[in-house]
Structures are given as structure tokens and as C-alpha cells.
Ligand binder design. Sequence first.
Ligand code: SAH
Length: 427
Amino acid sequence: MNQKRHTSPQRRREHHKPLATSAPRTSAASFDSAQIFVHSGREKSLLRRHPWVFSGAVERIQGAPASGDTVAVCDAAGGFLAWAGYSAQSQITAKVWSWHAEQKIDADFFRKKITQALSMRRDLSFARDSNGMRLIHGESDGLPGLIVDQYDNVIVMQLGSACAERWRDTCADILQELCNPACIYERSDSDSRALEGLPERNGVLRGTLPGETFVTEHGLKFAVDVAHGQKTGFYLDQRDNRALTGTLAQDKDVLNCFCYTGGFSLYALRGGAKSVLSIDASEEALQLARRNVELNHLDSSRAEWQCADVFAALRKMRDQNKKFDLIILDPPKFAPTAAFAEKAARGYKDINLLGLKLLRPGGLLFTYSCSGGISDDLFQKIIAGAALDAGINAHIVNKLHAAADHPVLLSFPEGAYLKGLALRVAG
Ligand code: SAH
């Protein structure tokens, strides 16, 4: 019955109906700026409001835009599709700012977008429990390439594309005006910048960086190294998942792999874990993790920290026949894009197979992937393969994702980069 409904002609027509842009479609000749014409047929994803124009979709460019310039994206017949930021070097030639021909891309446009992003987050319930929040999540907030995280009174900006780079000072001014932080710090040192031909940048943009920055979430306090920590200093996306782990840790032997500054470990300790072994390859991260345990007056005698490669450490523990009741695997991005998926899949399978083998009967595995190039489906298949090879039966008890301050725009599913599974192995 359902199937019939889904395949009815009317439904199919609706499915392909473009979202309303400004009608009637403006012709390209009416724009002063440079124009990008896409090949016939390649306008489809834009009509579905996917915000990227890949280099392969570009038929020709009229004018000589520089990286960061706003260009009009047009279909093959010259009809207006979107205003976008141009990037000469990236595989993604343009990223969309607006779908409306009458929209000017100027400071007022950014003020409106940033205001919208802030007001959406103000309504989130955890906003009352945490002073750490992702304020702007790139494409998902209509601002491609712009990531903004807030840690108490410090705002960290990360500009990952040439189009965002152009508006750096405008956005910093608006954030200063709307949020009035003590400091706006720029951490534009992600790998994606090299693909856009942009230099790395790391430093104060506005105000003064306080001696120390702390973020409090669900009553736990974490020191955040804004200048030297990974990404923008802390992994806000795992907030809810850390809290979930904490509620399940009572009396358990916990293993936290890729622990960074101790996020999951602190929740487990507070949740009454019997022991928590945390492993990370970064000594600086572990130093901060130990400090975080002290900051929260947690019992450090139940915590052990190991600076090691997780792949090797898991093998060693398997050979020693070590066992745990709850294991967290939260590795770094193995596959930034789909091109890396195969190699990444081997890495995920390896650690998950070993992790499953280290669990006692009835034990819990919280396993994550933050790779944009690995879909939910593929991730689940990899984990199923790992369980099969380990000879272990397991159930999915929860599907996990990033916290609500990392929203996913329906027309941009790539925004759902973080996926996780909570598994219970057979008792
Ligand atoms: N779960 C953490 C975030 C993990 S980020 C939190 O909630 O805050 C990924 C971590 O993996 C980083 O700290 C990085 O130093 C570490 N890492 C990367 N490769 C590693 C490896 N091969 N072995 C151990 N740690 C590694």
C-alpha cells in the first residue's frame, strides 16, 4: 500500500519540483558580478538546495572572479540559481550563500544569518546546562566554511573555505557586537584550507585571550586549550553522548580509546565507574585530561592514563586477555571524503573487532565515526563485519549523533558527519 503511494506520478512530480526560488527566474545578463554556468542537468542538485557547485559541474565562467568573490550561479540557459562564494583552487568551485536573486551578499546578510544561528541555539535546552556551544555550523547554518564555537567568554572561529575567508572581519565584527566575548580567536589551521589554497592562521582576532579557558557541561568543568588544542580546542559534538555514557558507567571497568582531554573518562568517573583506562597518542591532551580530573575533584585513583597508539594498545590488551565492561572508541576522522572510505573502513573494522573482543559478556561498546566520507549505512556494515569476524553477537541499543547545536540541514546531509552506535554484546 505504501509503495503505491510512493510511486504515484503525482508524488514523483512533487519530488522533482524545485523549491521556489525568486520567480520569474532572472536572466544572467542582469548581474554585474561574474557568473558560473553549470552544465545542463547539473542544476538539479542546486534546485534541491544543495549548496555546493563541484568543478565538474561548471560549463563556463563569465568574468574573472578572484577566490572569495561572490558570483551568480546560473543554469545552462542563463537562469539564476544562486549567489555563491567562488574558490579558484578547490574541487568545490562555489558554495552557496543565498538562493534569492534579490539578496545582496553584504554585511547585513551576514548579520541576519548569524543572528538566526544564535537565536536557534538560545532555545536549545542544554543552553542552560553548558557554557560551551557551537554557534555556527557551516553549511547547516547557511554559512559555508564558517565554524564558530563558544567556550565561556571566548569565541573561536575556523574559516575552512575561500568564500568564508573573504568575510572573516565582517563576521568577527558581527560576533563581537552580538556576543560581546572577551576574545575572538581564529583557529584557521585545518587541513581543508590547503585544498582551498589558503595559508594556516592561528591567533587572536579581537580582544585578549584569557590565561585559561574553561567550559562547563552537565556540571563538569573542562580546561580548553583554545590556541593549541585540536580543532577549536574541544569536541562539543559529543556532549550528549558523553552524558549517556556517564549514566551507564556505575561499577564498570571502562576503556576510553582516543580520550583527548578526558571527556568520556570524566563522565564515567563521575558516574561511578570502578576503573577507567584512557588512551590517547597526545601527551598534551593527556596532561589536560589529568588536570580536568583534578578540577572536578574526581577520584584519580580509579583513573589510568596511557600515551599510546590505540591500534597497538588494543592488540596488546587482547594478547594479555584483558577485559572491560564498557568501551568507547572515538577515533579522529579516518576519511575526510568518500575517496578515503575504503582505507578508513579497514581502520574502523580493525579497532572495532579488537574492541568487541575485549568486552565481557553483556558489555557495552560505544563506537563512533566522524568521517564525512563514511555514511551511517556503511558504518553500520563495517561494525557488523567486525562483529562477525570477532564471532560476537551484538545488538544496537542506540544510534547516536552530534548534539543539537550541530544541526543537519535536510538539503545538506553531509552535515551529519558524526555517527555512533551503542552496542550490547550478548551475555
Ligand atoms: N572523545 C574525545 C575526542 C576524541 S578526538 C572527546 O570527547 O573529547 C580524537 C583523539 O584521537 C585525539 O585526541 C587524538 O590525539 C587521538 N588519536 C589520533 N590517532 C590516534 C592513535 N592512533 N592512537 C591514539 N590516539 C590517537
